[in-house]
Ligand binder design. Structure first.
Ligand SMILES: C[S@@+](CC[C@H](N)C(=O)[O-])C[C@H]1O[C@@H](n2cnc3c(N)ncnc32)[C@H](O)[C@@H]1O
Length: 281
């Protein structure tokens, strides 16, 4: 467990992932019934952008910092607003110094009835995350293997919600675990919303992953990608997400958000993809 998200917090991949997370939560909030967000690989919850890791590797300058300076256009700006509001609330004096991770972003968007289950295996990170949510009855933090939770925590008792799976991809076999984990969780809870993140480093690896996903037979499964460069082997040139049971409005929203992100973060060389791996049954 060497992965430290503090080196990457607020980079282009976080921006894409967290904007999609906020769109999914905003959608869940349209109905009054309570929902749960299960964050299987939660991280620290809050990252300093002035700390050692972020200073050594200021990836956030190519991500959130660029987005904050960009002219997005009316519709993308409206869709991205809930995300940018959370960023602004984390940085009240308007200097960008902190970046919220997925559990904190989700929690900030909750209504009183909504709940968070966050898993983080790294003992130190789990302690920090616990501290961040100390006394919060809407958030439960557990220092447990997120892969186990992916199976054990579904369906949540609210029977509505979202499972975010955002592993570090530092160990062999994580692509296969992602497919297998989704397959098993989906068998227990077929109507849940699932969002899986993956890095784009090797096109062959991604093609094999998508082929495996197709073989699960899971329907209503969408592939969304933001590329900041042409594929270069060994370097992360893009960020991808697999969405299962996405709200039907999301495709249209992404058609507005992703081109705006390309323009803001990688003008002239970036691109995006929105594709159904399998549509309706
Ligand atoms: C990519 S980071 C998560 C970032 C976070 N989801 C966000 O968007 O802010 C992956 C995290 O998973 C943790 N981790 C690694 N293996 C794990 C496991 N088996 N179960 C739970 N957490 C794990 C790492 O310590 C790291 O904090």
């Amino acid at each position: 467990m060497n992965y430290r998200h503090a080196f990457h917090a607020g980079n282009f991949a976080d921006v894409m992932k967290h904007i999609i997370l906020t769109r999914l939560i905003e959608y869940l909030k349209l109905k009054p019934g309570a929902f749960r967000v299960i964050d299987t690989h939660a991280g620290l919850g809050r990252y300093s952008l002035t700390g050692d890791e972020a200073k050594r590797n200021p990836e956030w300058k190519e991500g959130i910092a660029k987005l904050l300076k960009a002219e997005l256009g009316a519709r993308p700006a409206e869709l991205v607003k809930p995300y940018l509001d959370v960023i602004a609330a984390e940085n009240p004096n308007s200097t960008l110094s902190r970046y919220p991770g997925s559990p904190l972003i989700a929690r900030k968007l909750f209504r009183p009835q909504d709940r968070l289950s966050a898993l983080e295996l790294h003992p130190k990170d789990a302690r920090e995350l616990n501290k961040l949510f100390d006394g919060d009855v809407q958030a439960r933090i557990t220092a447990l293997d997120g892969w186990l939770a992916l199976n054990a925590y579904v369906p949540p008792k609210e029977k509505r919600g979202l499972v975010l799976v955002d592993p570090p991809f530092e160990e062999k076999g994580e692509w296969e675990r992602l497919v297998d984990g989704l397959y098993k969780a989906h068998r227990k809870w077929a109507t849940g919303l699932y969002a899986l993140w993956y890095p784009m480093k090797e096109p062959r690896e991604i093609n094999a992953f998508v082929a495996d996903l197709k073989r699960t037979g899971i329907t209503r499964m969408m592939r969304v990608e933001l590329l900041i460069d042409a594929p270069v082997a060994g370097r992360m040139f893009g960020s991808g997400m697999i969405l299962v049971n996405p709200p039907f409005v999301l495709e249209d929203e992404l058609k507005s958000i992703l081109p705006a992100l390309v323009k803001a973060l990688a003008p002239g060389k970036g691109s995006h993809r929105i594709e159904w791996i399998r549509g309706e049954a």
